[in-house]
Design a protein around this ligand. Structure first.
Ligand code: ADP
Length: 547
């Protein structure tokens, strides 16, 4: 017997329709590429998304055709999130920090038909457009009078002229909720990038889950600053959850330096911000020397790479801001776990609570996870045993776009497919998962594993260290030994010996790095994470002391 409730597909258009009807006057504020501040409401957003949908129809784009963006976080990008997917096309957000050749490769692989870009990326588009034959319309996200006279890009249109010529009357089509809605290529640190192809169903379920109190905890009372880019994994789904909750949205545009982000937080009374650790490093680096404080910020979600405990303490103790440590990946839409305490933890001493909130957290309903050993057998949840982390759920990839890489899933005894995350983790009895490392970064020393994240976190707790990256170096006896590359905080001093002594008592003796290498900067990849492959290249002539 089937249930007798209404059957209505979960579509992204329903989010924007809901936003317009139920919190149409909530504000969306954007710092534009031009540098000024733009303000409008969800009502305006919905009307312009409909104009865009009409423009795509006029372009004769078919159902599931791809429309790409090269854009910062801003209102026009937000319109594309809804106008493109809502009308049945697939939004392909491209990471502009990738190499131009890689961008051209991705555009061709996705067979993008329209590509809309912020003016910042005009030189990039000029460099790649001739290599992208599938793109039949290039659109600059600007006013008509800002369009350069001689861009060299055939038929280039301004977004405002393009959608301005269209009516705001449009009825969002109804179709199968499993239809593709958007896509995002993984950074492809090894081999060619592969695309996760999200569906309307996966995106709306993720939007519900992300808003939950023990997840991102978004509400109509929040003023939310997603620093995490809309060009990578849908800004952790915030645009969709924002439409669902009616929070005020504050978009930082291209200005991601500490000063600009701080000023925006204060000016727009941001209560909630989301980003990767490197962004918060810049923010705290700006605030500390100037003795600045926050007047409104209450919570920040930090994820994408391990959040150093020193950063959690700096936010919580120094500024009264609660840090929510999050873990996920492109293939997971991206949220998998968030770290919030349980009721039974509230009476624990602060230090005990701190040990918990450093972890990557508990699985969200909709994500099932387990750790397995080399034989594929599930390992215990004891907080000590580590294994390969596998996940499954309705917003986790089943396979990649165009079947790249074959079937990625690992079948269990009941035939259910689990996605291998490539992360090594522990899970404790309360279900808190902690990432030990990415499997390719873990350091294998004398048959034991050393977590590069642990080694980095200790260095980052030293007052003179701004950034730390730990990698394994070949060793004839131990196989690999860890070394730590560090960037000193400006105006501070620390010697190799002092830093090594700082490790004493904080980790097992055999896990203490063999050496410290002082560097000017740690290479950062397109998504703001440390690029260990690049660091290893830079250190290719390095030899461990005594070898
Ligand atoms: P890429 O495109 O670099 O593969 P993703 O943005 O999908 O990137 O990154 C996913 C990976 O980032 C995870 O598998 C994990 O290794 C790492 N990661 C994400 N969040 C965290 C976190 N909070 N702590 C540690 N590692 C994290």
């Amino acid at each position: 017997m089937l249930g007798l409730m209404q059957s209505q597909p979960l579509l992204i258009s329903s989010l924007i329709e809901f936003a317009e009807r139920h919190h149409g006057d909530a504000e969306i504020v954007s710092r534009r590429v031009e540098g000024d501040i733009h303000r409008y409401t969800y009502r305006d957003l919905a009307a312009r998304a409909r104009r865009l949908a009409n423009a795509l129809d006029a372009q004769q784009l078919q159902f599931s055709d791809r429309v790409a963006t090269l854009a910062w976080n801003g209102y026009r990008h937000m319109e594309m999130y809804f106008g493109v997917s809502g009308s049945g096309r697939v939004l392909h957000t491209i990471n502009p920090r990738l190499h131009p050749d890689q961008i051209a490769w991705i555009v061709n692989h996705a067979e993008d038909q329209v590509l809309c870009f912020d003016m910042t990326f005009l030189p990039l588009v000029q460099a790649v457009h001739a290599k992208c034959p599938t793109v039949k319309q290039w659109v600059a996200l600007c006013d008509a009078d800002k369009l350069p006279a001689d861009s060299g890009i055939p038929g280039l249109l301004s977004y405002e002229a393009w959608i301005g010529a269209q009516s705001a009357d449009y009825s969002w089509p109804e179709f199968d909720e499993n239809s593709a809605s958007s896509m995002c290529y993984t950074s492809g640190t090894t081999g060619n990038p592969k695309a996760a192809l999200y569906s309307h169903r996966s995106t709306t379920l993720h939007a519900y889950a992300a808003a939950l109190p023990d997840v991102m905890c978004l509400s109509a009372r929040d003023s939310v600053l997603p620093v995490v880019p809309m060009f990578h994994v849908n800004a952790w789904g915030i645009p969709y959850s924002a439409a669902l909750t009616g929070c005020k949205l504050v978009f930082p545009g291209p200005a991601l330096d500490g000063k600009s982000v701080y000023e925006l937080i204060e000016a727009e009374q941001v209560t909630y911000a989301a980003g990767v650790p490197t962004v918060w490093q810049m923010l705290l680096g700006h605030m500390k020397p100037a003795g600045l404080t926050f007047s409104s910020l209450k919570r920040t979600v930090i994820g994408g790479s391990a959040c150093p405990p020193a950063m959690i303490t700096a936010f919580q103790e120094g500024y009264g801001v609660t840090v929510l440590h999050a873990w996920g990946m492109t293939e997971m839409s991206p949220l998998g776990t968030l770290c919030t305490l349980k009721n039974k933890h509230l009476s624990l001493p602060k230090e005990e609570q701190m040990k918990i909130v450093q972890k990557q957290g508990r699985a969200i309903y909709g994500v099932d996870m387990k750790i397995v050993g080399g034989d594929g057998e599930e390992l215990p949840w004891d907080g000590k045993t580590y294994g390969d982390l596998l996940v499954k759920g309705p917003w986790i990839v089943g396979s990649y776009f165009k079947g790249e890489g074959g079937d990625p899933l690992i079948k269990d005894s009941r035939g259910r497919g689990w996605f291998p995350t490539g992360d090594v983790a522990t899970i404790d009895a309360d279900g808190f998962m902690q990432i030990t490392d990415r499997s390719k970064d873990v350091i294998k020393s004398g048959g034991e594993w050393i977590s590069s994240i642990d080694i980095e976190n200790i260095a980052m707790a030293h007052p003179s260290i701004q950034m730390a990256a730990c990698v394994g170096m070949p060793h004839p006896k131990w196989d690999e030994r860890p070394i730590v590359a560090v960037v000193k905080r400006p105006g501070t001093e620390v010697t190799r010996e002092e830093l090594l002594a700082f490790y004493e008592g904080k980790t097992a003796k055999w896990q203490i790095p063999d050496d410290v290498v002082f560097v000017d900067a740690i290479p950062i990849g397109a998504t703001g994470k440390m690029l260990k492959t690049k660091l290893r290249e830079l250190l290719k002539d390095y030899r461990l002391p005594g070898l």
